[in-house]
Design a protein around this ligand. Structure first.
Ligand code: SAM
Length: 242
């Protein structure tokens, strides 16, 4: 598996992506502001109201886990990157983290980030784990969130086939993917044969009803003048027993 997500560069980029203030991420008036706050917007696809347990797989540095925590008594955030989980745990403990923001060439500036307003770390735990080999004792959840994860897995079908056992009947799944399949992460034979949406429908049809499909842009800052603007396909599913 690629270990890019263990590097200082990615930890800094993701801390800024998840917790940075709009002007810290995008200092350009004419920039794509609608692409900010992606980890908040994907959680917004769950139905309104409080629930018991939520799971955030591929949580990275944890922003969506804290957003899930606003309406869930318990949240588990899981990611394969130890560096990301360490950062998420520190944020959860109420620490302020400094991240290095690349401006250009060798020039860096420092941005301080911390837990989002109105959230606390209560009931939220983070752990290192593999989405393709999740531990059996996790139990059942009311909500499962996995944003921009499936096209980063070597064997995405192994993750998808586990989802039915993780959700209680009537529970909700929000899967977001930019459909950016790359051989660096996933061997070609494990890519969808055709459109990712058709592939997801096929893989999940036995246990899930598709509720909604939407497009959500996101923005990752690389330097002060270079950004990744990408559109993720968000699908919302309901666990059904047929
Ligand atoms: C593109 S990032 C998306 C992160 C976050 N959900 C977001 O939307 O910002 C992909 C994430 O999946 C994690 N990841 C990759 N392979 C994984 C695996 N096998 N199990 C769990 N997490 C994994 C990476 O460490 C990274 O945090």
């Amino acid at each position: 598996m690629s270990d890019v997500y263990e590097t200082d560069r990615y930890v800094g980029e993701y801390l800024l992506f998840h917790y940075g203030k709009p002007k810290e991420i995008l200092p350009w008036e004419h920039g794509p502001v609608a692409a900010l706050d992606f980890p908040v917007r994907t959680v917004g696809y769950f139905s309104k109201g409080g629930v018991g347990r939520s799971l955030d797989v591929g949580c990275a540095v944890g922003r969506s886990s804290f957003e899930l925590g606003r309406t869930s008594s318990e949240v588990i955030g899981i990611d394969f990157s130890k560096a990301f989980i360490t950062a998420a745990e520190k944020i959860g403990a109420g620490k302020t983290l400094s991240c290095q923001r690349l401006e250009e060439a060798g020039e860096v500036t420092t941005v301080n980030v911390s837990r989002p307003g109105g959230t606390d770390g209560d009931g939220i735990t983070f752990e290192v784990g593999d989405a393709m080999n999740l531990r059996d004792e996790l139990g059942k959840f009311d909500r499962v969130h996995a944003a921009n994860l499936v096209c980063r897995l070597p064997e995405p079908r192994r993750f998808l086939s586990k989802l039915a056992s993780l959700l209680r009947n009537g529970g909700e799944l929000v899967l977001a993917t930019p459909c950016t399949w790359l051989e660096e992460f996933t061997r070609k034979e494990n890519w969808p044969q055709g459109r990712t949406l058709d592939w997801l429908k096929e893989e999940l049809a036995n246990d899930f009803e598709l509720i909604e499909v939407a497009d959500e842009p996101f923005l990752i800052r690389e330097t002060a003048r270079k950004f990744q603007w990408t559109v993720s396909m968000v699908t919302k599913w309901k666990r059904v027993e047929r």
